[in-house]
Design a protein around this ligand. Structure first.
Ligand code: CP
Length: 332
């Protein structure tokens, strides 16, 4: 049994095999029903379009049955802390939730965002870790506080489709956003880019640094795979000669516990950090990528997202193919 909680849970050869199978699902060359007679639980603590639809359809395509559960919505509110006195609004402990589900299903997919309240606690991914602790079946991370590995592999597959195996100059650019946001997507994108040996430039205003431990991991994978990683706080020069622009807003650890009304957070809104036509003209005819959903004319202008270089819909399609390949690998 193996979980998929972050991209580094798979080695490069394992990811190459997943890419190969995803490509064969996409072309129609492989139609094998890897999940024939099996069920997969998909647990959503948060909203979703792409992840929910692509996982449900992916399980169906593989001949299986998806059971969607929404704790606190259409299923009981869950307590995940060990030893908790459950005299509040949480009706069921995650331990029983998992132990019951695994009697019915062959794997559990989990979406559980950061609550953006307590950085030191949430950077340890407590809810996803509880699923990992209690489940004897594979757990698939469908976006947690710290990682969105299915998204990152779909991102890397999309870059591979466009450019082949050559390493590229890749920009992960912070963008402004009216609300504090989690870090899972930039964390996983940067880590996966390091695994693939790309030359990665991470651009963000001061104060929006990614987690220090994660950065050390990114540096290790970069060194091992022949790539490079640099940080820039200068939006104007960051786009020069770039071949892949990946835009994403993310929160700062200092703003965990803040709301969009917080004066310091509002003062830090940098509306010049938007991907627009002027910045894209500085690139080496770069493709534009974003995980979606995206706020138009906040994160990216209409002109860029609607341009021929925008691959946002291709990325979303690749979520389906890559997740089918991940499930085929994990669920035997
Ligand atoms: N990119 C992504 O995970 O989209 P959803 O939040 O709609 O699932």
């Amino acid at each position: 049994m193996k979980n998929f909680l972050k991209t580094t849970d798979f080695s490069r050869p394992e990811i190459e095999a997943i890419f190969d199978l995803a490509g064969k699902f996409k072309s129609g060359e492989v139609k094998e029903k890897y999940l024939d007679g099996k069920s997969v639980a998909l647990v959503f603590f948060n909203l979703s379009l792409r992840t929910r639809a692509s996982m449900q359809i992916g399980v169906y395509d593989l001949g299986g049955n998806a059971v969607i559960l929404e704790p606190g919505g259409t299923s009981w509110a869950l307590e995940h802390r060990d030893g908790a006195v459950m005299d509040g609004d949480k009706t069921e402990h995650l331990k029983e939730f998992v132990e019951v589900l695994e009697r019915y299903t062959s794997a559990i997919g989990v979406r559980t965002f950061a609550n953006l309240q307590d950085w030191e606690e949430e950077r340890l991914d407590p809810i996803l870790s509880a699923f990992e602790k209690y489940s004897t079946k594979p757990v698939i991370n469908l976006e947690s506080a710290m990682h969105h590995p299915c998204q990152a592999l779909a991102d890397m597959l999309t870059i591979r489709e466009r450019f082949g195996k050559r390493k590229k100059k890749v920009l992960l650019s912070w963008t402004w956003h009216p609300k504090p946001l989690p870090m899972a997507v930039p964390n996983s994108f940067a880590l996966a880019a390091a695994q693939f040996g790309h030359d990665l430039l991470i651009a963000h205003p001061k104060g929006y640094e990614l987690d220090g431990e994660l950065m050390r991991e990114i540096e290790t994978y970069t060194a091992d795979n022949g790539g490079s990683v640099e940080i820039s706080n200068d939006i104007d020069s960051a786009f020069e000669n770039i071949e892949v622009v990946y835009a994403k807003s993310w929160g700062a650890s200092q703003f965990y516990g803040a709301t969009e009304k917080d004066a310091e957070f509002r003062a830090g809104l940098r509306k010049d950090w938007i991907v627009d036509e002027t910045k894209m003209k500085k690139t080496n005819d770069a493709i534009f990528m974003h995980c979606l959903p995206v706020r138009r004319n906040v994160i990216v202008t209409d002109g860029v997202i609607d341009s021929a270089n925008s691959l946002v819909i291709d990325v979303a399609e690749n979520r389906l193919h890559i997740q089918k390949a991940i499930m085929a690998k994990l669920i035997k």
